[in-house]
Design a protein around this ligand. Structure first.
Ligand SMILES: Cc1ncc(COP(=O)(O)O)c(C=O)c1O
Length: 388
């Protein structure tokens, strides 16, 4: 398991590496934006996929009870949740599921609640479906973000919110919402009849505290959809397989019907094989990966403190996406983005993409070999020291 090994991803149809021109980025930038990792998936996963490739027939495929059992065991062991088979609907992605939820749970022109700064497709799936966004912005205090519950409830009432998209753990600010916070969310949503879609795609990467799956709230099961996937955890995003849990039968039927309307019905065969193998055999690899990622995070933290103290890391409780605060440099968002691309020669996600409260921040993906990470930090240091 050598996470230190640099692997060339150019020429592999990698969204991160091979499509700079399409995304209007200079050819010479090093990509540290989209949330996939520069590491190979676990050997046990690749082995199972190879077996299927050798078989050589890639016909229509569907998941069976064994697949569900693998997912069930993962959630039982890691999150103390007892899944039911009928709750499970597979989609080609979590974002696809978010969009489907928006379509079935709201009407055009309805408002949907989010907490900016948040993963930008949360806004896109709402706006692209002719709904409107209301953000109860997260509040940053002493290096940590929290939810302003009074503001949230006020907005729920004012905008007659029926649907809340929760990012748990939260990308990009790295919060892992704790029991007291989730209790409060449930309390407010219950009081105001708000349905929650909880995107838990980052739940396997927790550095501090524990991820609490929303399905633990048994009394609120009828009012939630929980979106999961092994794609971040085991670097399988290109295989397009997500597991969406919907305990409420009526909602589940509506969700399934909405999917059928798109013409999508069957799951990618390699996604099935990889997901099952990852959940069955990937734990040991994941433990090692987490150690490596945690060391990468500490490396960034120490580097910035020692060499570029005006740029502050919002130390994450979860995820491998780091939220860097450049505001002390007193540069506009545009200036930061330009320096990052043209001087540091790095392609990060600019903070404003995550809502206006993200201005002055950058999101950095640290799931790569440490040597390369060190090089990238030195690039940032060189480019931004001038502006101190
Ligand atoms: C919070 C969150 N949800 C969803 C996704 C993407 O999920 P998918 O590729 O399954 O649509 C990401 C990827 O970065 C993410 O960070």
């Amino acid at each position: 398991m050598s996470f230190n090994k640099e692997i060339n991803r150019y020429g592999t149809n990698s969204l991160k590496y091979d499509f700079k021109k399409n995304k209007n980025k200079p050819d010479d930038v090093f990509p540290m934006w989209v949330a996939d990792m520069d590491f190979k998936a676990p050997k046990s996963v690749i082995k199972e996929m190879n077996k299927r490739i050798k078989h050589g027939i890639f016909g229509y495929s569907q998941t069976d009870l064994e697949y569900f059992e693998s997912v069930y065991n993962w959630y039982k062991k890691n999150f103390k949740v007892t899944l039911k088979e009928e709750w499970l609907i597979k989609t080609p992605g979590v974002v696809f599921a978010l969009a489907t939820a928006v379509k079935i749970l709201t009407k055009e022109k309805d408002y949907v609640l989010i907490n900016n700064p948040v993963y930008y497709p949360f806004t896109e799936v709402v706006v692209d479906n002719n709904r409107k966004i209301v953000s109860s912005d997260l509040v940053l205090e002493e290096g940590k973000y929290h939810i302003d519950f009074d503001d949230m409830e006020r907005k729920i009432k004012k905008y007659k919110i029926k649907l809340y998209l929760l990012c748990s753990p939260h990308n990009p600010v790295g919060r892992v919402w704790q029991k007291e916070e989730l209790d409060k969310i449930i309390e407010i949503c219950r009081r105001n009849s708000v349905f929650i879609v909880s995107d838990e795609i980052h739940s396997d990467f927790v550095w501090k505290g524990k991820h609490r799956c929303l399905l633990r709230y048994k009394g609120y099961l009828d009012n939630m959809i929980v979106c999961t996937s092994p794609s971040k955890t085991f670097n399988l995003a290109g295989l397009q397989t997500s597991n969406i849990f919907i305990p409420n039968k009526n909602v589940r039927d509506d969700f399934q019907n909405e999917i059928w309307k798109t013409g999508y019905s069957l799951v990618n065969i390699m996604g099935i094989v990889a997901c099952k193998a990852a959940y069955d055999k990937g734990s040991y690899w994941l433990e090692n990966l987490k150690k490596y990622l945690k060391d990468n995070i500490d490396f960034v933290d120490n580097f910035l403190k020692e060499r570029l103290p005006k740029v502050k890391l919002i130390y994450p409780e979860g995820t491998y996406l780091l939220w860097l605060d450049f505001r002390e440099l007193k540069l506009s968002d545009d200036e930061i983005n330009k320096i990052m691309l043209n001087d540091a020669k790095l392609w990060l996600d600019g903070g404003a993409m995550f809502g206006k409260t993200g201005k002055g921040f950058q999101r950095l993906n640290i799931a790569l070999p440490r040597k390369k990470l060190k090089w990238a930090l030195e690039q940032i240091e060189r480019a931004f020291k001038y502006d101190e």
